[in-house]
Ligand binder design. Structure first.
Ligand SMILES: [Zn+2]
Ligand SMILES: [Zn+2]
Length: 510
């Protein structure tokens, strides 16, 4: 594997391929230099030259201007375009009715394209306001691809991701986040436990769980996340964050990740690993956004909505009758949702502002219901439902299967579920007052946490009772299910591995 060399450079330049800057931590790190070869080619590309028709053409379509020549032959068009590269005109198709042909001169040849209009002009996927822009973009592509075909073909293959601009920037961001996390981002389930289990009958820990790991120490920066690439019309000049080369053309020059802003050639984007570092600049909403994306963008171990709502609900005691069963006021729930999307961690959900606790419980349920991928992801769901259907309730086999299902969860989902279940367990401690046991809570929460991948409504309906049973079991057996998984998972994460192992076995994460 070798570094792409810019053909414009000679070897004396070699030592300057990377400039070194000092990062916040005082360490030096290389930043790749942007490569300008393709940019200079774009500048050299022929410019569009409209060959205007000197006559009034009868029944000229209103969306064409002087470039429209009507019913002329291929040979006539060829003749008119002999002015040189970049010349173009539009004529009526010789073969089809109401069809038009765009003829462009390039490299001393006339290229003919079927030209379409639907409010925008296009010959392929890319759409343009004017025929002139379409031709300008086409000429850039013809030229760049003619002059640099081999160079372009090698862009994504020969680029070293470890030396890409994106990698350099995110490495810095990750270091920054790690230093912030160590000071303030550690949470403990016990912080909440001390509030809720005070004086409760079930407050004591079950036997054999003294070493239960209930810290929420998550290395959010290391969580795997796919980029969310979409084709982008870049305004102005842009360079690829993967290969550091110019993204040529006038529109749809490449793709951009909607979550972190990574810009790349389409082909380069296919080589990028799943290490998206979402930015709050791009990920504005919390509700309805992917869980991993949100916590990575905000660098919190669990989503701010879940953290704040549970903290507030526990601080008001968990005595309210029908907690989580009774719905809050619709308008109030909407107001809280919008302020979380707008203010994030600074959202005020204090009792002075919202005295109805049911509005807070409804917001929490709404958050889970709106997740694009449910908290219990589809991979885990299948394993969990299978054991609920097939195995003896709470048998050793079922516990093993449930832990296996939980281990399939992406770390962000796992940590959030663990956090929520530990809270629900404390809610059940107050059952004599709030009348909410694990069975009632399971009925309320199962539809928001689990979603059947089965499209058949009858099947989904039949699954509902098993979903409830699964959730009830997860609440009641919380410590048994999460102790070993969590301990092992946090160890694995800290070493950068992504396969939590349970009892010495390793489960593949998808
Ligand atoms: Zn991304
Ligand atoms: Zn590229």
């Amino acid at each position: 594997m070798f570094q792409i060399r810019d053909p414009n450079e000679d070897d004396t330049d070699k030592n300057h391929d990377y400039i070194t800057v000092l990062s916040d931590g005082g360490e030096s790190q290389p930043l790749p230099r942007w490569k300008t070869y393709l940019y200079t080619l774009q500048l050299q590309a022929p410019k569009p030259k409209r060959i205007a028709c000197r006559f009034e053409v009868p029944s000229k379509p209103p969306f064409y201007g002087k470039e429209y020549h009507g019913n002329i032959t291929r040979e006539d068009a060829d003749q008119l375009l002999s002015e040189g590269d970049g010349s173009y005109l539009v004529r009526k198709s010789e073969r089809a009715q109401n069809a038009f042909t765009l003829a462009i001169r390039f490299d001393n040849q006339t290229k003919n394209f079927k030209l379409y209009y639907d409010g925008m002009h296009y010959v392929g996927e890319k759409r343009f306001d004017t025929v002139h822009d379409l031709v300008a973009d086409g000429l850039i592509h013809f030229y760049v691809e003619l002059k640099a075909a081999d160079y372009i073909a090698s862009l994504s293959n020969e680029s070293n991701y470890a030396e890409s601009p994106y990698h350099a920037y995110t490495a810095r961001k990750k270091r920054l986040e790690r230093s912030q996390k160590s000071s303030s981002k550690k949470l403990s389930y016990n912080e909440r436990a001390s509030v809720a289990t005070n004086g409760s009958a079930n407050g004591a820990l079950p036997q054999g769980t003294e070493d239960f790991d209930d810290s929420l120490d998550a290395d959010v920066g290391s969580y795997e996340k796919k980029h969310n690439f979409k084709t982008q019309n870049f305004m102005g000049l842009h360079w690829c964050d993967f290969c550091a080369n110019f993204m040529w053309g006038l529109i749809a020059q490449g793709v951009k990740c909607q979550d972190c802003g990574f810009e790349a050639h389409k082909k380069c984007s296919e080589k990028v690993p799943n290490d998206c570092m979402p930015d709050i600049k791009y990920v504005k909403n919390i509700f309805g956004a992917d869980l991993t994306t949100v916590i990575k963008a905000r660098n919190t171990p669990i989503p701010v909505v879940v953290d704040k709502c549970i903290k507030e609900i526990e601080s008001r005691g968990l005595d309210a009758e029908g907690l989580y069963r009774i719905a809050g006021l619709h308008d109030e729930v909407e107001t809280i949702r919008m302020s979380f999307d707008k203010d994030g961690e600074n959202t005020d959900i204090s009792e002075a502002k919202y005295d109805d606790i049911n509005s807070l419980t409804s917001v929490l349920k709404l958050y889970f219901r709106l997740l694009p991928i449910p908290l219990v992801t589809f991979d885990s769901y299948k394993i969990i439902l299978d054991t609920m259907k097939q195995d003896e309730p709470r048998s050793t086999r079922q516990m093993t299967k449930l832990r296996e299902g939980l281990a399939k969860l992406p770390p962000a989902h796992f940590q959030t579920l663990k956090f929520l279940l530990s809270h629900l367990l404390r809610v059940t401690d107050k059952k004599p007052k709030n009348m909410m046991g694990p069975d009632n809570l399971a009925i309320v929460f199962a539809p928001t946490l689990m979603r059947s991948p089965d499209a058949d409504p009858m099947q989904s309906l039949m699954n509902a009772q098993f979903e409830q049973k699964a959730l009830e079991t997860m609440i009641v057996c919380f410590r048994e299910l999460f102790s070993r998984v969590s301990t092992q998972q946090s160890v694995d994460l800290s070493h950068g591995a992504r396969k939590p192992s349970i009892d010495g076995r390793t489960f593949d994460r998808v």
